[in-house]
Design a binder for this molecule. Structure first.
Ligand code: NAP
Ligand code: NAG
Length: 289
């Protein structure tokens, strides 16, 4: 009897999830690549990884791009490649997002050189060890500046221009902004902070009848060098291609959708996150033994 009920329950759950996924797919606005031709875009953390791939996609679509990160020589190479791929403009500015003033300086640079902004893509992260929390508050404070405070600063600085252009604000977050695993306390903290802050801002912009859309991107494991280096000892987690993640982020912003889940099953994980908290924590801890 119990077995029968479990089977029925599973079927009903699977059916509901399927219906939900079809409904989401149905309601997803279609992406028009032409909408990005000439678009004025600022991408942070664009010297490597997902940010670099986003720069190349925007370039292919004929956007005007400003890219930023710390390493100027790498940025220069990425910018040159963007131009060769079809970007109308590709400028770079080196900046350190742990600084109090660099985040605003970068937005000012983009506004000056592009004459406004249509898409602001906040994507950079500082590097953080994959290890147990041993009380390094200095590192936590530094990472909060890089991964969180600079996002709030840049978003606020760019908002008036985005209001004028009916633009898109795109925040690259993580499944680890919605659930926790061991060894990444500082990183997880900054991503939870982002989700909290921009989730609140969404409501406040709605109350102001704002023209600006905010997209939060919840990513699973992506095959960038820095991420692969961190998880090399826990090989059972599947990693997804950075270029495809980048394209999905761009489309989400261009179609002004509230959330992206990539890969798709990350959405299922968030759905069941709080269903059985004890079982969830047990499964997570088991997978590390
Ligand atoms: N890869 C994944 O598995 C994964 C999973 C979920 C979410 N995400 C999210 O996706 C985004 C991109 O991740 P990724 O793997 O592509 O990262 P990544 O390859 O490590 O690239 C990080 C970027 O940030 C820049 N950066 C680092 N420190 C900086 C600082 N202090 N000031 C300014 N720029 C700085 C780096 O360039 P410089 O060194 O030249 O400064 C680089 O361009 C992040 O928001 C991340 O949380 C990634
Ligand atoms: C939205 O854009 C229009 C111009 O198209 C502008 O008049 C209006 O002030 C903007 N809304 C906000 C909240 O800034």
């Amino acid at each position: 009897m119990i077995v029968y009920n479990m089977k029925t329950l599973t079927k009903v759950l699977l059916a509901s999830v399927t219906v939900a996924l079809i409904a989401i797919k149905w309601n997803t606005p279609t992406f028009n690549a032409e909408s990005l031709r000439g678009a004025r875009v600022l991408v942070t953390g664009a010297s490597t990884g997902i940010g670099e791939q986003m720069a190349y996609h925007y370039a292919r679509f004929g956007a005007q791009i400003v890219i930023t990160a710390r390493r100027e020589n790498v940025l220069q190479q990425v910018a040159e490649k963007c131009l060769s791929m079809g970007a109308q403009k590709a400028l770079y500015i080196s900046a350190d997002m742990s600084s109090d003033t660099d985040p605003e300086r970068v937005v000012d640079f983009a506004l000056d050189h592009l004459g406004g902004l249509d898409h602001l893509v906040l994507n950079h992260i500082g590097s953080s060890p994959f290890s147990m929390w041993e009380g390094d508050v200095e590192h936590l404070r530094w990472l909060m500046k890089v991964n969180f405070f600079s996002y709030a600063q840049m978003a606020w600085k760019a908002l008036p221009s985005l209001e004028q252009s009916k633009g898109s604000l795109i925040v690259v977050s993580s499944l680890l902004g919605k659930m926790t695993i061991p060894f990444v306390a500082p990183y997880v903290s900054t991503k939870f902070a982002l989700n909290g802050f921009f989730g609140t801002l969404v409501h406040e912009l709605a109350m102001k009848s704002s023209n600006v859309s905010i997209s939060t991107c919840t990513l699973g494991l992506i095959d960038t060098d820095s991420a692969m280096e961190k998880v090399k000892d826990i090989s059972h987690v599947p990693a997804y291609p950075a270029s495809e993640a980048a394209l999905n982020i761009i489309k989400t912003g261009a179609t002004r959708q509230r959330e992206l889940f990539y890969p798709w099953f990350v959405y299922i994980v968030t759905l069941f996150r709080d269903f059985l908290p004890g079982a969830r924590d047990y499964l997570i801890q088991m997978s590390y033994n």
